[in-house]
Write a protein that binds this ligand. Structure first.
Ligand SMILES: NC(=O)NCCC[C@H](N)C(=O)O
Length: 422
């Protein structure tokens, strides 16, 4: 006898899974990346240093390299979210669009004559075109092709191909601008002017994009204003309420304090180890010299040595902190204590000092863990990769000849939004 299926499918979409990053090396499940585009075609020998690049990229090749990176992530079962897609979809939300346009085009930046014209131009654009403008920037010539140039002294005094809106080439390094720590996100006030506007785009995505807006999460930062800077390359989520932060060229003690008080007040973390890094471009973030590869192992640049560190825990009274100083030689012990392990395994490949410095410069220590003991690295760092393999780590190599020229590797190019705890 024929039977009839009387169950009806529930038409409501499944609720979005709340973002959560429970560790540094637990299984990676969702990540934000950014495929390089127009913004990198704006780099010239004259502006590259100001835009925080050490060389010009062959953009097509960089895109191919980035596609391999995304494929490796997807092949490992990671859901890959593309920043430009998130931004475009966010711009479809009228409130988000208005907010982004107001934050991006400001009388104090482009002047009171040009800013309203730019706001009108942006408001009339489709979501895709506007997303490209926000990341790729706009030249004076391109402005003139789209609208009558206003009689602005700011524009008048600039060259025909000067940038009226600066590009954001460092969006490639999605790690830094926002970082998820347990069940919350820090949308970071960036240290360098060239990266400041990246924060606007992330702020809007997390407030309005349908992936994030319906979910509930903490905010560990104070929005786009503020002097206290933290960048995600300095923040390692050790797991089980512990966090490691580098105090670096980019992350200040004030930034660490604010992160600590917010995490402690929410009861989400109860210990932060802060490490004093040398203030140098090659060591700009902690993850350029040290990243975690399994539950108790770190790959570390041999030339880094031991650094002074502090363990920060909740102190008496609201917002109070206890701070314990550690001499440089105690750095690894302080970390092991915070992680609740008896000893760390520090992996520093043996090679001559010049080779070690070259591989560090090329992000040899900037590994992205996909699961405990499985990492993505650049193929060019042959010695570091071999050493990791000899140490029992599975290494998935991706090409980085072009991508690496902005001084960032696989960890820098990824912002995990879902990662399991240990
Ligand atoms: N976490 C990282 O080390 N990110 C790399 C950032 C490179 C970028 N060109 C910058 O200077 O900010």
């Amino acid at each position: 006898m024929a039977t009839t299926d009387t169950t009806t499918a529930d038409p409501r979409p499944l609720p979005a899974e709340p973002p959560f990053v429970g560790s540094e090396v637990g299984r990676l499940r969702e990540v934000i990346v950014h495929r390089p585009g127009l913004e990198l075609l704006r780099l010239t020998p004259e502006n590259m240093a100001e835009l925080l690049f050490d060389d010009l990229l062959w953009v097509r090749r960089a895109q191919e390299e980035h596609d391999v990176f995304s494929e490796v992530l997807a092949g490992a079962g990671v859901k890959v979210l593309e920043l430009t897609d998130l931004l475009r979809e966010t711009l479809a939300v009228p409130q988000a669009r208005t907010w982004i346009v107001e934050q991006t085009f400001d009388d104090r930046v482009q002047g009171p004559v040009a800013a309203p014209v730019l706001r009108d131009l942006a408001a009339a654009m489709g979501d895709e075109e506007l997303a490209e403008l926000l990341v790729g920037g706009l030249t004076r010539r391109e402005l003139g092709e789209r609208t009558d140039e206003p009689s602005s002294l700011v524009l008048h005094g600039s060259g025909a191909d000067s940038l009226v809106l600066a590009p954001l080439p460092n969006h490639l390094f999605t790690r830094d601008t926002s970082c998820w720590v347990y069940d919350g996100v820090a949308v970071n006030a960036m240290r360098m002017a060239a990266r400041a506007r990246e924060t606007v785009n992330y702020e809007a995505i997390y407030r309005w994009h349908p992936r994030f807006a319906p979910t509930t999460f903490h905010h560990w930062s104070a929005g786009i204003a503020g002097e206290a800077s933290v960048e995600g390359g300095d923040v390692l989520v050790l797991g089980d309420g512990a966090v490691l932060v580098g105090m670096s060229e980019r992350t200040t003690a004030q930034g660490v304090e604010r992160l600590a008080t917010r995490l402690f007040d929410a009861g989400v973390a109860d210990r932060i180890v802060a490490v004093e890094l040398p203030r140098a471009r090659s060591f700009m973030h902690l993850d350029t010299v040290m990243t975690m590869v399994d539950e108790r192992s770190f790959i570390k640049y041999a030339g880094l040595g031991m650094l002074p560190s502090y363990t920060v825990t909740p102190g008496p009274g609201p917002g109070g902190l206890n701070i314990t100083d550690h001499e440089p030689e105690r750095m690894h012990d302080a970390l092991a204590d915070a992680m609740g392990v008896t000893g760390l395994r520090i992996l520093a490949a043996e090679q001559d000092v010049h080779a070690a410095a070259r591989e560090q410069w090329d992000d040899g220590c900037n590994s992205l863990a996909l699961a405990p003991g499985v990492v993505v690295t650049y193929d060019r760092n042959v010695t570091s990769n071999s050493y990791l393999r000899e140490s029992g780590i599975e290494v998935l190599e991706v090409p980085g000849s072009e991508l690496g020229r902005g001084r960032g590797g696989p960890r820098c190019m990824s912002c995990p939004t879902i990662r399991e705890g240990l």
